[in-house]
Design a protein around this ligand. Structure first.
Ligand code: HAM
Length: 439
């Protein structure tokens, strides 16, 4: 009986070479760009104690209440697949004592896990690039981080608009919450079921509900920025004048409150309507209280994360998708004797940094089929004649290029057909030339 075909977990995707080429190009661009701003990579565990996320993200948040992949390990400890990277990064920085009197700039890239309802742009395993900066309280750092986020989107060729808000100090937020509840309670009946339930637990979240009736109510609600503490108000004003001076257009969105509890003061999101409902590409904010709350020294911090699937989807929409690279050369062996020779030549070309795929042993017709399927730019076949000393024919598969010569001189043949060789080949060409005599 044939075995049942197994499927990937819903909302978790496989990424094959046709797509991973685009991922690698994007990841490479992002890494280079982060180095320009002096960010260093931290590689963090995918699994942390459940308590970390409950304490950092907040017990009352949707993420902690409904979306975490939580399990008991063999010791009975409650562990969770990371739903985001900030909590783990802060935990690691405290543990490594790397933020005591220091101002590190960290980034991480990798999968995150949330049990959300999968749809276009929303997955259960998705990938983020996240950055976190520690030890710098001034609004200038908020501006720096926003400038970096703008460049990330520009580098990816993505157009989005910036929305900002300030959540002020925790005390100001508690005062505002009372005001907000006074406004919401008489309108409770008009809110969606989620918001009615959410209201007492996490009133600010009502402000960013996507249901039109709730949005209408949110629009008329008192504005948080009108009730900030004095320092936060000055901080927010300073950020706005910096953004203006840096020519970064923004909109103050009074409903922008974010879905994680650790934020204070600046929060921001880059949004687009090109992706349907999942319009937020990049999001973050300041979280000055989190390090101390997780047991570290009092340390201001700010960061953001960008969803790589969403960046790539936007790139694809804008026709900036990247094709998987094809090998430069296909070398086919027409019989068993030719195989060793073909493979050896291929290995030497690889020494010189040339991508080669080999095929055969098979009939001429089948080797030709393999050559075509390889999508290599050039093809060369080796058979009994070449073993007996006849020249080999090097052909451009989809063009006119053609060269004929000694199989051992394939490198020169490729060069005569105008191929640009990599500048930093793992080995040099003389290695190839010296090996000639030994075959
Ligand atoms: P977040 O808003 O939860 O923030 O997620 C940031 C970004 O991750 C979103 O804007 C989106 O692009 C992507 N994302 C989130 N959930 C999904 C999903 N289910 N499928 C696909 N993409 C998704 C955070 O995670 C914070 N840790 C950001 C931060 C860092 N704040 C300070 N430092």
């Amino acid at each position: 009986m044939a075995g049942k075909e197994l499927q990937a977990v819903r909302g978790m995707n496989d990424i094959f070479p046709e797509e991973s080429a685009g991922w690698q190009a994007l990841e490479g661009d992002l890494r280079m760009l982060l180095a320009l701003y002096d960010y260093g990579e931290v590689r963090l565990p995918l699994v942390e104690s459940t308590e970390l996320f409950a304490r950092a993200i907040g017990d009352a948040t949707d993420i902690v209440q409904k979306e975490m992949y939580t399990f008991a390990d063999r010791n009975g400890d409650s562990l969770t697949l990371r739903p985001e990277g900030t909590a783990g990064c802060v935990r690691a920085a405290i543990q490594a004592r790397s933020i005591r009197g220091q101002t590190p700039r960290y980034y991480y890239m990798g999968p995150m896990f949330r049990h959300e309802r999968p749809q276009k742009g929303r997955y259960r395993q998705f990938h983020q690039l996240g950055v976190e900066v520690f030890g710098l309280p001034a609004a200038g750092t908020d501006a720096e981080v926003i400038v970096l986020s703008a460049r990330i989107l520009r580098t990816a060729g993505v157009t989005a608009s910036l929305q900002i808000n300030s959540l002020g100090s925790p005390a100001a937020r508690i005062r505002y919450r009372t005001l907000l509840l006074d406004y919401l309670r008489p309108r409770r009946g008009e809110l969606c079921a989620d918001c009615r339930e959410r209201m007492e637990r996490n009133a600010l979240r009502v402000l960013d509900c996507k249901v039109p009736a709730c949005q209408e109510i949110a629009r008329m609600a008192p504005h948080l920025v009108d009730h900030l503490d004095e320092d936060s108000a000055a901080h927010f004003a300073s950020l706005q004048s910096l953004l203006t001076a840096l020519d970064i257009p923004y909109l103050v969105n009074h409903s922008l409150v974010r879905g994680l509890d650790y934020y204070n003061r600046t929060v921001f999101e880059w949004v687009t309507d090109a992706l349907g409902a999942q319009g937020t590409v990049l999001a973050g904010g300041r979280y000055d209280g989190l390090v101390a709350q997780l047991g570290g020294a009092d340390t201001p911090a700010i960061g953001f994360a960008v969803g790589l699937e969403r960046l790539l989807a936007l790139q694809a929409l804008q026709g900036r998708g990247i094709e998987a690279p094809h090998p430069l050369l296909f070398i086919g062996a027409l019989d068993d004797i030719a195989v060793a020779r073909a493979w050896r030549i291929a290995e030497r070309l690889r020494d010189a940094g040339i991508s080669v795929v080999t095929g055969g042993p098979a009939t001429f017709k089948n080797v030709m089929k393999q050559a075509e399927r390889s999508r290599a730019r050039f093809q060369a076949l080796i058979g009994a004649e070449q073993i007996a000393g006849e020249p080999l024919i090097l052909k451009e598969q989809a063009g006119e290029g053609r060269w004929q010569g000694d199989p051992e001189a394939l490198y020169e043949g490729l060069r005569s057909l105008g191929v640009d060789f990599p500048q930093h080949a793992p080995h040099t060409v003389p290695n190839f030339a010296t090996a000639r005599t030994s075959s």
